[in-house]
Design a protein around this ligand. Structure first.
Ligand SMILES: CC(C)(COP(=O)(O)OP(=O)(O)OC[C@H]1O[C@@H](n2cnc3c(N)ncnc32)[C@H](O)[C@@H]1OP(=O)(O)O)[C@@H](O)C(=O)NCCC(=O)NCCS
Length: 326
C-alpha cells in the first residue's frame, strides 16, 4: 500500500477594492470593449495600500484549514507560490507560519509566476508521497498590482491581486484503486528558459536593486501559451489513459479567455465544464487556480469524487498541469 495526497480543503481571499474596466478607461488609453474582447476581463480586485501578499495568503490559508477541519499543529510543511513576496526575503511561507502558529516545519516559497501553483502543488504531492510531510498547506498568493506600471495599457488592464489555498493530506492508497481513487493522480511540470525575456520584470534585487515592473510581449506569450498548454493537456490524457469526456472540470490558469477556450477546444470540453473567473478576477498569477478551485468547490459545482484537471503557463516560460480526483 502506498501513500497518496488528497485535497482535504480549499480557501481563498480577494481584496475588497474592485477596479473596473471603466476605472481603467480613466487611467490609460483603453476601452471596456477592447479589454473584454482581447482578454475576457471585466473587473479585478486590487489590494489596499499596505496590504501585503502574506496578509492575503494568511486569510486564504485559514479558510482552507477550516474547510479541511485541521488545526495549525497538524501542518508539517508550508509551500507558497508567489512572484510578489512582501519582501525579497524572508519567504511569504514563514509569515504564514508565524501568523497561524504552525509548529516548526519546512516553509518556503516557489517562484514560477503564473504556473507557481502547479509547481507548489506538485512539490507538496512529492513531499507527501516521499514521506517528508503528511499535511501540507499549499498557497498561491499575489499582489501583482505592486509590480504593474499603471501607465502601461498593455499590462495594467490584465493583472490583479488575490490568494487561494489548499490543504493536501496524506492518505493510504490501495494498489488497485488507479484512476478511481481520490487524490492527486499525476503532476506535470516544464520550463523553457529561452522565453525568459518575453514576460519578465524590468528589475530585481541583483540587477537594478528595485523590483521593477512587469513587461510582456503579449502576442508572443499568447502563442506559446496555446502551444504548451495544448501539449501538456495531451500528455495528461496519455499518461493517465483517459478520454477528455472523463474529466469533470477544467480549472485553468486565468490569463485570457481566448487561451482558456483554446485549451477547452483541444480537450473537446464544453465551456460549462470549465471554471472561469477571469471576467471578475483578472490574471492573479499563482493565485488564479486555487481561487477558481475554491469558488467552484464552495458554490457546489466541483463535488467530491469528480476528476479535475488544472493547468497553467507563465513567465520563464514555465508551465504545468495537475490531474486530481477531488
Ligand atoms: C495581451 C493580450 C490580451 C493582447 O491582445 P492582442 O490581441 O495580442 O493585442 P496586441 O498586443 O496585438 O495589440 C493590438 C493593438 O491593441 C493595442 N493595445 C494594447 N493594449 C491595449 C489596451 N489596453 N487598450 C487598447 N488598446 C490596446 C496595441 O497597442 C495594438 O495596437 P497597434 O495594432 O496599433 O499596434 C494578448 O496578447 C494576451 O493575452 N497575451 C498573453 C497573455 C498571457 O497569457 N500572459 C500571461 C501568461 S501568464
Amino acid at each position: 500500500m502506498g501513500v497518496k495526497s488528497i485535497i482535504s480543503g480549499t480557501g481563498s481571499y480577494l481584496p475588497e477594492k474592485i477596479l473596473t474596466n471603466a476605472d481603467l478607461e480613466k487611467m490609460v488609453d483603453t476601452s471596456d470593449e477592447w479589454i473584454i474582447q482581447r482578454s475576457g476581463i471585466k473587473e479585478r480586485h486590487i489590494a489596499a495600500d499596505g496590504q501585503t501578499t502574506s496578509d492575503m495568503a494568511i486569510i486564504a490559508a485559514r479558510r482552507a484549514m477550516e474547510a479541511a477541519n485541521i488545526s495549525a499543529d497538524q501542518i508539517n510543511a508550508i509551500i507558497v507560490a508567489t512572484t510578489t513576496p512582501d519582501k525579497t526575503f524572508p519567504a511569504v511561507a514563514v509569515h504564514v507560519q508565524s501568523a497561524l502558529g504552525i509548529p516548526h516545519c519546512p516553509a518556503f516559497d516557489v517562484q514560477a509566476v503564473c504556473s507557481g501553483f502547479m509547481y507548489a502543488l506538485a512539490t507538496a504531492d512529492a513531499y507527501i508521497k516521499s514521506g517528508m510531510a503528511s499535511t501540507v498547506l499549499v498557497i498561491g498568493a499575489e499582489k501583482m498590482s505592486s509590480i504593474i506600471d499603471w501607465s502601461d495599457r498593455t499590462t495594467c488592464v490584465l493583472f490583479a491581486d488575490g490568494a487561494g489555498a489548499v490543504v493536501l493530506e496524506a492518505r493510504d492508497a490501495k494498489d488497485d484503486e488507479g484512476l478511481e481513487g481520490q487524490g492527486v493522480l499525476s503532476t506535470h511540470l516544464y520550463a523553457n528558459g529561452d522565453g525568459k525575456d518575453l514576460l519578465c520584470t524590468t528589475g530585481g534585487p541583483s540587477c537594478t536593486g528595485d523590483v521593477g515592473f512587469l513587461t510582456m510581449q503579449g502576442k508572443e506569450v499568447f502563442k506559446f501559451a496555446v502551444k504548451y498548454l495544448s501539449e501538456i493537456v495531451g500528455e495528461v490524457l496519455a499518461k493517465n489513459r483517459i478520454h477528455p469526456d472523463q474529466i469533470d472540470w477544467l480549472v485553468p490558469h486565468q490569463a485570457n479567455i481566448r487561451i482558456i477556450e483554446s485549451t477547452a477546444k483541444k480537450l473537446d470540453m464544453p465551456m460549462d465544464k470549465v471554471v472561469v473567473t477571469i471576467d471578475r478576477h483578472g490574471n492573479t498569477s499563482a493565485a488564479s487556480i486555487p481561487l477558481a478551485l475554491d469558488e467552484a468547490v464552495r458554490d457546489g459545482r466541483i463535488k467530491r469524487g469528480q476528476l479535475v484537471l488544472m493547468e497553467a503557463m507563465g513567465g520563464g516560460f514555465t508551465w504545468g498541469a495537475v490531474l486530481a480526483r477531488f
